[in-house]
Design a protein around this ligand. Structure first.
Ligand SMILES: [Zn+2]
Length: 291
C-alpha cells in the first residue's frame, strides 16, 4: 500500500522542509526525470511507518483523517485528507502545492497525483448520506471506489463536475481573458461548468456569449483533463470567431482581447489544459510560418 497525505491543496511529503524536493518545487524549475522526483515517489511508500517522525504522535492523527482508497495501474493507494487543525502535526514536513507540482511531473506521475487529489477532495466532503443523513462508510467489493450509507444502503460514487474550456481563433490571434480570480496580469481561456441537460458544445457557445459577448463557429473537441480543484473534468475545444466584438462580462471576466501568438501575456501554468491549448496553437503557428 502507498499513501498520499493532503491538506487542502497541498501534498504533505515525508521530507524535511529544507529538502531538495521543497527547493525544487518552490522554484518551479524541476523538469522531467530530475532526481527529486524519484525521491518523492519512493517516499510515498509506507508513510505511517517512518522512523523519527516529528510532531505529536502523527500516526494517531492519521487514523482520524478522512480516508479513501483507489487503484492506479494495478497498485492500491490510500489517500488521507487532513483539515487545518491536524496540519500542525506535520508542519516540519514539506508541503507542496499540488497546482505547482503537477506542471513539473511526467505524465504518469501527474495522472497519479491528480487522481489522488481528486479522491482526497471527494473524501473530505462525502461523510454523510444525502438522502437520510447517516454516516457513510467505505464501500467493499464492486463498490470499493464508492461510499455506502450505513442506514439506507445508498451508494455514492465520486462526484465530478464537467466543465468546458475553449481556445478561440480569429485570423492570427487568439482570445484571452483575465478572470477576476486570476493573479494580476494573468490571462487564460473562456471556461465554464456544464449545466444539466446541456451538451458540451452548447456549453461552449453559451459560456463564450455570456463571458465574452461573441458568436463562434461550431467548436472542435481537442482533449480532456481531470482537474481536481476541487472536482472538475475539463473538456477542451477549439473554435473560430464568427461575429461580435468581445467585451468582458465584468462579473467573472475583468478584461479580454485578441492576442498574437508571438505576443502573449502571462498565461496559465504548465500542467493545465488551458496551457496545453495555447502552447499547441503557438506550435502550429510556428510550423505554418516555416512552410
Ligand atoms: Zn442513507
Amino acid at each position: 500500500m502507498r499513501y498520499f497525505v493532503f491538506c487542502k491543496d497541498q501534498l504533505i511529503v515525508p521530507m524535511p522542509l529544507e529538502s531538495d524536493l521543497q527547493k525544487g518545487s518552490s522554484q518551479g524549475s524541476a523538469g522531467k526525470g530530475e532526481p527529486y522526483l524519484d525521491t518523492l515517489v519512493l517516499t510515498w511508500q509506507g508513510f505511517p511507518d517512518w522512523q523519527g517522525f516529528p510532531g505529536d504522535d502523527p500516526v494517531d492523527v492519521l487514523k482520524l483523517a478522512h480516508r479513501v482508497h483507489f487503484r492506479f495501474e494495478n497498485e492500491e493507494y490510500c489517500v488521507l485528507s487532513l483539515d487545518q487543525a491536524e496540519e500542525g502535526h506535520f508542519k516540519k514536513l514539506a508541503h507542496i502545492k499540488v497546482r505547482e507540482l503537477i506542471g513539473t511531473l511526467d505524465s504518469k506521475s501527474m495522472a497519479l497525483v491528480i487522481r489522488a487529489m481528486a479522491y482526497a477532495n471527494w473524501s473530505l466532503v462525502s461523510n454523510f448520506c444525502g438522502a437520510c443523513g447517516s454516516p457513510l462508510q467505505e464501500g467493499e467489493g464492486e463498490e470499493h471506489l464508492a461510499k455506502v450509507c450505513s442506514t439506507c444502503g445508498r451508494v455514492f460514487f465520486p462526484r465530478m463536475s464537467p466543465a468546458v474550456i475553449v481556445l478561440i481563433h480569429k485570423e492570427d490571434r487568439i482570445l484571452l481573458a483575465h478572470n477576476l480570480s486570476f493573479p494580476d496580469g494573468r490571462y487564460g481561456l473562456i471556461a465554464g461548468f456544464v449545466e444539466l441537460g446541456e451538451t458540451f458544445e452548447q456549453t461552449v457557445h453559451r459560456e463564450v456569449m455570456e463571458e465574452a459577448g461573441i458568436e463562434i463557429c461550431e467548436p472542435r473537441y481537442v482533449r480532456s483533463q481531470p482537474w481536481p480543484f476541487p472536482d472538475s473534468l475539463m473538456v477542451a475545444f477549439e473554435a473560430d470567431w464568427k461575429a461580435g466584438e468581445p467585451r468582458p462580462d465584468g462579473k467573472e471576466i475583468g478584461a479580454l482581447g485578441w492576442f498574437k501568438l508571438d505576443e502573449l501575456p502571462n498565461i496559465p501554468l504548465r500542467g493545465s489544459v488551458a496551457r496545453y491549448l495555447i502552447d499547441h496553437a503557438v506550435e502550429q503557428s510556428r510550423k505554418q510560418n516555416k512552410t
